[in-house]
Design a protein around this ligand. Structure first.
Ligand SMILES: [Zn+2]
Length: 231
């Protein structure tokens, strides 16, 4: 158990279960976020909207079927503190919860109908060790729970450790990520439709780099789902 986890558990002991968005105390039935804040999530519902903003961003960069984002991500919005807790404060249950809500929205839609596998964007093992889990995996687990589509992690891998993306320009980001992903067993995804999952789409360069690796599988179809969009 690393220091970050110990500190977090101590803080939970002294400051029990408050909603990370509004700071109100959570009811025993509420898990990680209060119901009021969950209702305020700015859903895009863009899984029903071909040529949505995220699809326009990625169009022409690699072949894909569809792209859907769960919510709009903005600095003062409801999603921002939730993603922060998920990524930097060991609140993996928030990822599962949001993934599950997204999955429920997608259930029965054309968007999800032909998906064979849900594939989380991998973290480098070193970073995963620091964080103790991969946030995209948590979202994928929630999506899987709601839709009963299996998660495939371990086939798409991150082979090179790269520093944080947040302070880089678009070109720098692409330089930073273009060769860092690989697929271990391309035949596993051959002729399958995979749903690539990440926390946020900003420039799309991480997703593009993953797609380049995934395209080693012949006949693969790629769709994308992220919790947030900054577009
Ligand atoms: Zn709240």
């Amino acid at each position: 158990m690393n220091l970050k986890i110990v500190l977090n558990e101590l803080s939970n002991l002294f400051f029990p279960n408050c909603c990370p968005v509004c700071d109100n105390k959570l009811l025993p039935s509420e898990e990680g976020v209060c119901l009021q804040c969950l209702h305020k999530l700015p859903r895009t519902n863009n899984f029903n909207e071909p040529d949505n903003l995220a699809e326009t961003l990625l169009a022409g960069r690699f072949p894909f079927e569809r792209v859907a984002t769960f919510c709009v991500y903005s600095k003062k919005g409801v999603l921002q503190p939730l993603i922060r807790e998920l990524k930097y404060n060991n609140k993996k249950e928030i990822g599962v919860l949001l993934g599950k809500l997204f999955g429920k929205d997608l259930l029965g839609s054309e968007f999800i109908k032909t998906i064979d596998f849900i594939v989380p964007v991998p973290l480098h093992p070193k970073k995963q060790k620091q964080r103790s889990y991969n946030q995209a995996q948590m979202i994928a687990d929630g999506l899987s729970e709601a839709t009963s589509i299996p998660v495939s992690s371990g086939n798409l891998i991150r082979s090179i450790f790269n520093p944080t993306q947040t302070t880089r320009t678009k070109t720098q980001r692409w330089e930073n990520v273009k060769d860092i992903f690989d697929v271990c067993h391309p035949q596993l995804f051959a002729n399958k439709h995979v749903l690539l999952v990440d926390d946020i789409i900003t420039t799309g360069s991480t997703l593009e780099a993953c797609a380049y690796a995934l395209l080693k599988s012949s006949g693969i179809k790629i769709s994308i789902a992220t919790l947030g969009e900054v577009l």
